[in-house]
Ligand binder design. Structure first.
Ligand code: F6P
Length: 533
């Protein structure tokens, strides 16, 4: 089916996106709505035939079957022998979910209720530090144990009425040193977020935080909580089981913010707002499970991705939220999409015969406009852009700024599609009084080729429920793209080798090991770094 899509693409490549709008009602026929979201993909080169072929591709890949298997708790993460059920974490009032013959919802709901009680205790000052009410929460985690809650806590800042939240992830001591600066250890709660409780960065930072706290309080562990599946290890660290919130192995790290890993977010915005976030995710799940493929938002978002990357060959995609508080969304999506779909073999171990997931990058608008949009508009490579924007901001007194923000967002999508021709550029130069060769030269620099694809996600306002819908939308998009590629989106073996080598390099850097097994370049760099110390 990919071949058919490529053949169709080759046949229609000369046609512009703008010309596709000659078909009546294109904007409606190439957009979809669910819940609070409108997803418009009419400003892409997908035409009716491509749309049909893409839907055929999804059908042939067995997306619907695989989706049902995921929700039914089948072990679709085949390389780790695990079910994939992060959706159970937001299945607030849904059906029973069974894994290996065991109903999992009672446990999920019980943990959610324990988290809520603890969050309330912290927020209301009933859980105290050794210096009184908790003023600051420090979440120590990395990857999925950091990016989700960090992204969402910033995104939902208008709902933040709990203690201040800080996020530490990097093993670079600068990260934790900066986060702890100015905090009172006697009124700080440290949350160690690590599914495995073995991740080197997190455990190193957790020990640093414990030492920092130990200098000021008699019993530092009493101001620690843990979010982890490894209860033996959290006990070894000294954290009381009443402050350990666990989750099962069927929740992948990058899909884990809906459960205990979301505790810092819950403390920041409160259990009610957190539940609204879960409800948003659940609403997207219901849509994903029940909507027909041609009206299914995650499926269509995925198909646009497949079209741009696998069919048209555009190597990256930019995520461009016109929402300052979504500043961490691109980083969050980088892990979600690239750790999930950056694979080289299919589920059965055979080599993938197409490119895998694209590079995902981005920045909030309008900042990106004054940085990298030059390349997006006039560079020779094409970057499909995924815009998102809310109708309303939270700064009511600054409504005029929000209007400007929205105008910029829509303008960029329009500019990307229509571009500016040489004739239009010449006209501009003529009005400036230029003529002859100089007019031609200057006009050439002002041409925008246009015909560059973008999509737009529109929502009313960035509430917890809407953020939940957006995050779940992207999770399912990644899932659908993975199924179409035939890969396992739920393992991450590609992060292992670097971790192992870092362990073996530590003694080389400290001089305890000569590092004779290292290559010449690595040995030279080690020698230089040691000499420069
Ligand atoms: O980078 C690999 C990874 O396993 C991610 O998938 C995960 O989110 C992160 O490390 C953190 O893992 P943990 O929660 O076990 O500390």
């Amino acid at each position: 089916m990919l071949d058919k899509l490529k053949a169709h693409r080759a046949k229609t490549e000369g046609r512009t996106i703008a010309s596709l709008f000659e078909t009546p009602d294109r904007a409606h026929r190439f957009s979809v709505e669910t819940g609070d979201l409108l997803f418009d993909y009419s400003k892409t080169s997908i035409d009716t035939q491509a749309q049909w072929l893409l839907l055929q591709l999804a059908e042939a890949a067995g997306v619907a079957r695989r989706r049902d298997e995921m929700f039914e708790g089948k072990a679709i993460n085949e390389t780790e022998g695990r079910a994939v059920l992060h959706t159970a974490l937001r299945n607030l009032d849904g059906d029973a979910v069974v894994v290996d013959g065991k109903a999992v919802m009672p446990g999920v709901l019980e943990t959610l209720s324990r988290m809520s009680s603890f969050a309330e205790e912290v927020r209301e000052g009933r859980f105290k530090g050794q210096g009184g009410r908790i003023t600051d929460v420090v979440n120590i985690g990395i990857g999925g144990s950091d990016l989700g809650p960090a992204m969402a806590t910033l995104a939902l800042a208008p709902y933040h009425d709990g203690p201040r939240c800080h996020f530490v992830s990097n093993v670079d001591g600068a990260d934790i040193a900066t986060a702890l600066q100015g905090l009172d250890p006697r009124t700080t709660l440290v949350i160690v977020a690590s599914k495995t409780f073995t991740t080197a960065e997190t455990m190193t930072n957790a020990e640093t935080a414990r030492d920092w706290m130990g200098e000021a309080v008699a019993d530092p562990a009493s101001q620690f909580a843990a979010l982890s599946s490894a209860k033996d290890k959290t006990a070894e660290f000294g954290i009381d089981p009443s402050r350990v919130f666990g989750f099962e192995d069927w929740v992948g790290g990058r899909y884990s913010m809906w459960g205990p890993i979301g505790l810092s977010l819950m403390i920041a915005i409160g259990p009610d707002a957190f539940r609204a976030f879960l409800r948003g995710g659940q609403a997207m799940d219901l849509h994903f499970r029940s909507a027909e493929m041609k009206e299914n938002m995650p499926v269509l978002l995925a198909l646009v991705g497949i079209w741009n990357h696998q069919v048209c060959g555009y190597p990256t995609r930019a995520v461009l939220p016109y929402e300052q508080r979504l500043a961490r969304l691109p980083a969050y999506l980088q892990q979600l999409e690239m750790e999930s779909n950056g694979k080289r073999v299919r589920m059965d171990g055979s080599a993938l015969d197409t490119v895998s997931g694209p590079v995902v990058w981005g920045e909030p608008g309008t900042n990106g406009q004054h940085a990298f949009y030059q390349l997006i508009h006039q560079g020779t490579g094409i970057v499909p852009c995924e815009f998102m924007v809310g109708a309303r901001g939270f700064e009511e007194e600054l409504e005029h700024q929000h209007t400007l923000l929205v105008a910029n967002c829509l303008a960029q999508a329009e500019a990307l599609m229509r571009g500016r021709s040489m004739d239009e550029a010449r006209e501009i130069m003529r009005k400036k009084g230029l003529e002859g060769d100089e007019l031609e030269r200057q006009a050439a620099h002002r041409v925008f080729p246009g015909n560059r694809p973008s999509t737009m996600l529109v929502y009313p306002q960035l509430t917890p429920e809407i953020l939940g819908q957006i995050v779940a939308l992207y999770e399912h998009r990644v899932f659908v793209e993975g199924v179409i590629l035939g890969i396992n989106s739920f393992d991450q073996w590609g992060v292992e080798l670097g971790k192992e080598l870092a362990k073996s390099l530590e003694p080389v850097l400290t001089g305890k090991d000569a590092g004779t097994d290292k290559d010449e370049s690595t040995r030279m760099l080690v020698a230089r770094l040691r000499a420069l110390k």
